[in-house]
Design a protein around this ligand. Structure first.
Ligand SMILES: Cc1ncc(COP(=O)(O)O)c(C=O)c1O
Length: 448
């Protein structure tokens, strides 16, 4: 007897990100796919956790968070965004991941739409789908910045919020104040929430400036900040983050988050307070090191035939367009077979066609070895594909162009013999992935 599985969860089964995390990596593979900082958590943060443990802080943390932690967040927001928030406006979370889940759960009903910029961190679309909501992917402009008019065109009466990731994973682009301001304006016009995930806010290349969402003071009532300690303080395994929102919404988010994850580990929150209140020299040291590694990887990528890297601005990812008549997941597979793990651009949205994402969170020898293998694979593929090109053209298989129009969802659905429908999916491929678990399903245009 087949077990009943939530229809929304069925739609999110499989997918490239899930497969990536469950794939066993062969020993010795060069990990240019990593989202994990290479550094250990700074000593004073580890010591604060140890002190809190020794002081017996092992019980449930109170309310929206440990008072020390909430106060430290408010001080940080005041210092960095010039915005005054009180502890009632902050909720401690299990990293950015549970914060995203709580925000989407609180504000999206099944069928509601959330606008995500394409490409972007793939968890947003996954969570939206798990909740029965519809992620509407709007491609960036040609310069990988926000195409505000395309976003405007994608807003419908079902749109509830716009999700921004700044700096952007995977492109490494840091958005300017004018484009964020224009989005906030649009949200005010259409009564939407503007949510920013600023996971990489402190990891900036020399000369790049990050504009905090909460510095858009006049839009305060509709701004929600999601933050994490994972990247800035090399604390991915600690699972600590927070949300800052207008007080009425923060209370609501607390209620939702509590049902997902319960209170956040008390001594970990004390470590978080120490991270925010302590010296920020460790952050500057890691930033400078990422700066050097990003510069190195960018220079090496410029020498790879057929690879066109986007100049990195923030985060620790190098996003590259490539000139090969192969899909991003095929190129990813070729690199994997040669011993280098990378992420395909399409994992981050349809606009990631023809792109790959490399991580420079790893050490310099790994970057050098990985990029040398990459150059070899690209040389080989360019030669082979040049020989095959006439055949490829005859078969009607062209190179990949990023879609020019907003890739609005709701195109393809999986229809099951029992009358159930899954979806909608943005692409044929996503639909086929969802169908993998239901062999008797059929991918067809969704009937509204
Ligand atoms: C943009 C972005 N947001 C959030 C996360 C997840 O953060 P956390 O570890 O805090 O759950 C990641 C992880 O790679 C990320 O790239």
């Amino acid at each position: 007897m087949p077990r009943h599985i939530s229809r929304y969860v069925q739609t999110t089964a499989g997918g490239e990100r899930t497969r990536h995390f469950t794939a066993r990596q062969p020993p010795g593979i060069l990990k240019l796919d990593s989202g994990d900082p290479y550094f250990p958590t700074p000593r004073h943060i580890r010591e604060a956790a140890q002190d809190a443990l020794d002081a017996g802080l092992t019980r449930y943390a109170p309310g929206q968070g440990d008072p020390e932690f909430l106060a430290a967040v408010c001080e940080t927001v005041e210092r960095e965004a010039g915005a005054h928030y009180s502890p009632d406006d902050v909720v401690a979370t299990n990293g950015a991941t549970s914060a995203i889940y709580a925000v989407f759960t609180a504000f999206l009903d099944p069928g509601d739409e959330v606008i995500v910029l394409d490409p972007t961190f793939s968890l947003y679309a996954l969570v939206a789908r798990q909740l029965g909501a519809v992620p509407v992917a709007v491609p960036h402009g040609g310069d990988y910045h926000i195409d505000v008019e395309a976003v405007r065109a994608a807003v419908t009466p079902r749109t509830r919020l716009i999700m921004v990731n700044n700096p952007n994973n995977p492109t490494g682009v840091v958005y300017r104040r004018d484009e964020l301001q224009a989005l906030a304006n649009l949200c005010a016009e259409r009564d939407l929430l503007l949510v920013a995930d600023e996971a990489y806010e402190k990891i900036l290349q020399p000369g790049c400036v990050h504009v905090p969402l909460l510095s858009l003071h006049e839009y305060r009532d509709r701004l929600i900040l999601i933050h994490t300690f994972s990247k800035t303080y090399a604390m991915t395994g600690w699972r600590l983050g927070y949300v800052v929102a207008p007080s009425d919404l923060a209370g609501l988010l607390f209620g939702v988050h509590r049902a997902i994850a319960g209170p956040i580990t008390t001594f970990v929150q004390r470590a978080g307070a120490a991270a925010l209140r302590g010296s920020q020299d460790c952050v500057a040291e890691m930033r400078d090191e990422y700066g050097r590694r990003g510069g190195l990887m960018h220079r090496l990528a410029l020498d790879v035939p057929g690879l066109r890297p986007v100049e990195p601005q923030g985060g620790f990812y190098l996003y590259c367009r490539y000139d090969l008549a192969l899909s991003a997941s095929e190129v990813r597979q070729r690199l994997w077979d040669a011993g280098v793990a990378v992420r395909s651009g399409t994992e981050f949205g349809a606009a990631g066609k023809g792109h790959l994402r490399f991580s420079y969170s790893v050490d310099e020898p790994t970057i050098e070895k990985g990029m040398a293998i990459m150059a070899e694979v690209f040389r080989h593929l360019s030669r082979t594909l040049a020989l095959l090109l006439p055949l490829v053209l005859l078969a009607g298989c062209g190179g990949e162009e990023a879609p020019k129009k907003p890739a609005v969802s709701a195109n393809l659905c999986v229809y099951l013999p029992n009358g159930m429908t899954l979806g909608p999916y943005d692409t044929q491929k996503e639909c086929a992935t969802a169908r993998e678990n239901m062999p008797r399903g059929e991918c067809k245009p969704c009937q509204k």
